[in-house]
Design a protein around this ligand. Structure first.
Ligand code: SF4
Length: 356
């Protein structure tokens, strides 16, 4: 096949650079690519099947695609861009350290549940949100991850564990709504029935509360589960542990959540890390109950995992149960999150705790 000027200009028109990461291509982009080189659209589905179902890492293995077309794919796309450089395993958890093409590193955590394998992925290199209790955010944001780099975290984890990842949680390093467009594209790619086919109900996006993006997200198609890192019942406490609250306070945040629920008819999860002496008193539980009364939500209480270089302490078991009981008595749906991977620093907010 002669790849001429027409094809080059077509690539440029699609915003495709030479050597584009193929895991970052939505199906319609691949279809446009094939049409642009006078091929049939169905080649895109064929390519997706090789990548996501047969899980090959080389265009040469795509044997039902003719040779000259495979050569064109090799020239225009790359498949693997990240390397798995370290795996730490616990009984029901594994932490993966990935090296990106530019040598930056990110992490993902696999959690084995009775209902399947859930992977917590990173969305940025570093994070600018600066939550005080968070190890993941100690490194300032270096850059956003591209959609393909998020997809590849899942592909690499499946490859390592030899099992399907059935659930994805965007709760690793980074604030997903600070990388909005790439994240939305990533969600579309992994949800496609010919790619990883991960259902929207099996995907949870967690945000620290970027209010304008919550409003934008309410208008997206194919709603995934939305979780809000709340962690405090009032502005006084939230200002101290989450600087983002100074931009979008609790009132604005809960207003956006209510609008989101109204528009999408989906329930929201509020994440609440219990920090000893900070946000775990009976008064906090009562105040939180009042705040959330009437909102279609549930609260996920998270026992804090003490990392080496932080001033926060984990709430005692009795305190956690008391907090839970007060919410229950006030008719708030509440659960206490199972603790995963504390021993290998793979717990919530602990990614990158000991990478260097
Ligand atoms: S909790 Fe999330 S948003 Fe906050 S600093 Fe950590 S990675 Fe960033």
């Amino acid at each position: 096949m002669i790849i001429g000027l027409c094809f080059i200009s077509n690539l440029a028109g699609m915003g495709l650079k030479m050597g584009k990461h193929i895991y970052g291509c939505a199906i319609n982009e691949l279809e446009e690519y094939f049409l642009g080189i006078n091929e049939k659209k169905y080649r895109a589905i064929q390519t997706y099947e090789w990548l996501y179902q047969k899980k090959v890492f080389s265009f040469d293995e795509m044997t039902n695609i003719k040779h000259d077309l495979r050569e064109a794919l090799k020239k225009d796309f790359k498949i693997k861009t990240i390397n798995l450089i370290r795996v730490q395993k616990g009984s029901d958890v594994a932490k993966y350290l990935y090296e990106l093409k530019d040598k930056n590193t990110i992490e993902a955590v696999l959690m084995k549940h009775s209902y399947g394998n859930s992977l917590c992925i990173s969305t940025q290199v570093g994070c600018n949100i600066g939550c005080l209790f968070c190890e993941s955010g100690r490194l300032k944001k270096v850059r956003n991850l591209l959609p393909g780099e998020m997809v590849e975290q899942i592909i690499m984890a499946e490859e390592e564990v030899h099992e399907k990842i059935s659930h994805v949680v965007l709760m690793g390093i980074g604030e997903p709504f600070d990388n909005y467009e790439n994240v939305v594209k990533f969600l579309k790619i992994i949800n496609h029935h010919k790619s990883l086919n991960i259902g929207t109900r099996h995907i949870t996006l967690s945000t620290a509360g970027v209010v304008p993006r919550i409003n934008d997200f309410a208008n997206e198609e194919g709603q995934v589960n939305l979780a809000i890192s709340l962690h405090a019942p009032n502005n006084e406490i939230r200002n101290k542990i989450m600087p983002i609250n100074k931009s979008y306070n609790i009132e604005k945040l809960l207003e956006a959540c209510k609008n989101y629920i109204k528009r999408t008819n989906r329930r929201i999860t509020f994440e609440y890390i219990l920090l000893d002496g900070i946000n775990d008193s009976d008064d906090c539980a009562v105040e939180l109950s009042k705040r959330l009364k009437g909102i279609n939500c549930y609260v996920n209480l998270i026992p804090y995992n003490e990392a080496s270089n932080t001033v926060f302490k984990k709430s005692g078991k009795a305190v956690i149960l008391r907090f839970y009981d007060i919410l229950k008595k006030n008719k708030i749906n509440v659960t206490i999150r199972k603790e995963f991977g504390g021993q290998i620093d793979a717990a919530c907010g602990q990614l990158r705790a000991d990478n260097r």
